[in-house]
Design a protein around this ligand. Structure first.
Ligand code: KG4
Ligand code: ZN
Length: 346
């Protein structure tokens, strides 16, 4: 029987559970998002997030087992997000995963959240093949990686300050939009007119693959202050903001393909759900003979499926053990994980 891996994601404001079986694929997945709970506060409240994960994990586990018709005895390994993320939130998934693994005498596998995102497009059909360039764009990270295989990640460039998702979220806040800001800003931008406002494209011509988005937020603040707050004006500003962020991401993604000589781009993380970004990348990279891969929309933002999948790949490489002394890593550089290699300084 091909091995079945349970995945538990609890790094931020989503509780995700999933069962993945090598050879068969995803058997079931379930997600509870805390967006409604945190929206009252305009952002994630860590203590509330942890408490909610505690409430959700077991019912969601029962749900995926029921949907997949899999019993605890049939599970072969338990993967959980070990970091990076909110310490308390990570501890919920990590302690439940390790307790269950100990009780069932199974390996517990700590997964790097970004590795989950990075590998998530492999869950889709058609899937990219190694090697590829990954554009990782989430609420906390903006990185370009060369991916040669599981655990073979070379950092090509990253943001020096705010992440792309953060740029969406902070600009959305300045425009009076709720949390999470990315989807809200994209929605408002849809009724905006292009070309009404000009915003900077930070580091567009820096000659490297790094990003910087904090100046953009300041420029958006200036625009908001200088203009009226009519719906149309706000939509025009939202449109210009989205354009600027996408422009930089598309430009650098293209440059990463050129620099590595690779033709496949994989986009992962919450901002990858942005439809204009998808359109733009497909166009830009398709024109140059490349191909862009995305996770299915539901696996762009945080989810348990990517953790179960990454766990299954680690299990297949026998990178797991039955030592249940666990810790969580709220800050954790992807380059530190086994087999990861940092690009030598040119
Ligand atoms: O990967 P993710 O779910 O969580 C992190 O690990 O950070 O990414 C969340 C980020 C947030 O900043 C959110 O505003 C952004 O992804 N996001 C979007 C869209 N959907 C989510 N940004 C732009 N357009 C979207 N449609
Ligand atoms: Zn994430």
């Amino acid at each position: 029987m091909p091995l079945i891996t349970l995945g538990i994601e609890s790094s931020c404001d989503e509780t995700g559970l999933a069962l993945y079986q090598m050879g068969r694929g995803l058997l079931a997945h379930a997600l509870h998002t805390q967006v409604a709970m945190h929206s009252e506060y305009g952002g994630v409240v860590p203590e509330l997030a942890s408490r909610d994960h505690v409430r959700r994990v077991i019912p969601l586990l029962r749900q995926v087992m029921h949907e997949a018709d899999v019993s605890l005895a049939q599970i072969d390994a338990i993967a959980y997000t070990q970091g990076p993320g909110l310490g308390g939130a990570l501890l919920v998934g990590a302690s439940i995963a390790n307790a269950l693994a100990y009780a069932l005498d199974l390996p517990a596998i700590g997964i790097h959240h970004l590795e989950g995102h990075l590998l998530s497009p492999l869950l889709s059909d058609p899937a990219p093949e190694f090697p590829f360039v990954a554009l990782l764009v989430s609420g906390g990270h903006t990185q370009l990686m060369r991916v040669d295989g599981v655990g073979q990640y070379t950092l090509l460039g990253e943001t020096l300050d705010d992440a792309a998702g953060e740029a969406f979220d902070k600009s959305a806040k300045l425009l009076g939009l709720g949390y999470p800001g990315g989807p809200a800003l994209a929605k408002l931008a849809a009724s905006g007119r292009g070309g009404q406002f000009k915003l900077p494209r930070p580091m567009l011509h820096s000659g490297d693959l790094d990003f910087s988005f904090s100046g953009l937020k300041t420029a958006v603040l200036t625009l908001v202050k200088q203009n009226d707050s009519y719906e149309q004006t706000r939509a025009d500003i939202a449109c210009a903001t989205q354009e600027a962020i996408i422009d930089v991401l598309a430009h650098k993604a293209r440059a990463a393909l050129a620099q590595t000589g690779l033709s496949q781009l994989v986009v992962a993380g919450g901002v990858g759900a942005n439809s204009l970004l998808r359109e733009r990348l497909n166009q830009d990279i398709g024109k140059r003979g490349g191909k862009v891969f995305y996770p299915d929309l539901e696996f762009c933002t945080d989810n348990g499926a990517m953790i179960a999948f990454a766990g299954a790949l680690r299990l297949a490489q026998q990178q797991c053990n039955k030592d249940y002394r666990f810790n969580v890593k709220p800050r954790w550089n992807l380059a530190e994980i086994t087999g990861a290699i940092q690009q030598p300084v040119a």
